[in-house]
Design a binder for this molecule. Structure first.
Ligand SMILES: Nc1ncnc2c1ncn2[C@@H]1O[C@H](COP(=O)(O)OP(=O)(O)OP(=O)(O)O)[C@@H](O)[C@H]1O
Ligand SMILES: [Mg+2]
Length: 263
């Protein structure tokens, strides 16, 4: 299912075909305990990459270090042509606006409508209080937010309060809000983790399809082997803070992967 996509991307040979993300020597310790032991890996344009590993292997820490939500102790992160590790705070904030993030917990505002929450996504690319409330948002922003909601299959719930939606629907609103950012790259940390198996799979499929449709690079952390196999083109396996697997999904098999999902 994934191989044709990779073939298309490679055969296009676009100017952006190099790595969108290139990491070298990324290290982090907490209280003297090393968690990441100098990671080296690359993520290529338009490719969906799964980051897998047992609980506590360092997946979330690694992802947060990429955009310095956690400050790495050492190493270099080059993302979208910038050396993220040397960006000053202001430049870092501006840089993060190009990176769409999806987390286990979506951080939507529960008492506001789905549409208003999605409108908030525009703040990442255009500052200003006018975007805060849907009622005073410019029409173009509203229309784009509706389009984003439509892309996640929730146009009919636009005016419904977020706290009246199901967990899976809420996560889809969070994805629509992230699309509103018009990201160049998506980082997702177990977006399906707090959902029942069926909703979780729907959310993962949606995210993978949207990234594919827009030709976006996607790096996602997954704790489900079926999702890793179904939705990634490439797999990075972490074990105790070290990358011990870096290969195309088409070359992976369930037996080799199983150990990354054991706790
Ligand atoms: N802020 C922190 N302070 C101290 N230790 C931390 C901190 N964040 C993470 N750790 C530790 O770093 C290690 C890796 O944690 P991390 O959350 O990156 O793992 P993970 O692979 O994402 O695990 P999970 O599958 O449970 O989400 C764990 O031992 C964790 O306890
Ligand atoms: Mg984690």
């Amino acid at each position: 299912m994934n191989a044709p996509v990779r073939d298309i991307i490679q055969s296009e040979g676009s100017a952006q075909a190099g790595p969108v993300l290139s990491v070298s020597g990324l290290a982090k310790a907490f209280g003297g305990t090393p968690v990441l032991h100098g990671l080296d890996f690359a993520v290529h344009a338009g490719v969906a990459t799964a980051l897998i590993g047992a609980n506590g292997s360092g997946k979330s820490t690694a992802m947060k270090c990429l955009i310095r939500l956690v400050e790495p102790d050492a190493g270099r992160v080059e993302m979208l042509g910038r050396d993220v590790t040397t960006l000053a705070p202001r430049a870092l904030r501006a840089f993060r606006s190009q990176v769409g993030m999806v987390w286990q917990k979506h951080n939507l505002v529960p008492r506001l409508s789905a549409l208003t929450n999605v409108v908030h996504g525009v703040q990442a690319r255009r500052a200003g209080p006018r975007t805060w409330f849907q009622s005073i948002a410019p029409q173009a922003v509203r229309d784009e937010a509706l389009t984003c909601l439509d892309r996640v299959g929730l146009a009919d719930k636009a005016l419904q309060r977020v706290d009246s939606l199901s967990g899976g629907q809420q996560q889809r609103v969070a994805i629509a809000r992230m699309l509103m950012q018009r990201p160049a790259l998506i980082l997702a940390d177990e977006p399906d983790a707090s959902l029942d198996p069926q909703s979780g799979e729907e959310v993962m499929r949606l995210l993978a399809n949207l990234a594919r449709q827009d030709g976006l690079t996607l790096l996602f952390i997954s704790h489900r082997m079926e999702h890793t196999l179904a939705f990634s083109d490439h797999i990075l396996g972490l074990q105790k803070g070290r990358i011990v697997m870096d290969q195309a999904t088409a070359q992976s098999d369930a037996t080799r992967l199983r150990r990354f999902f054991e706790e």
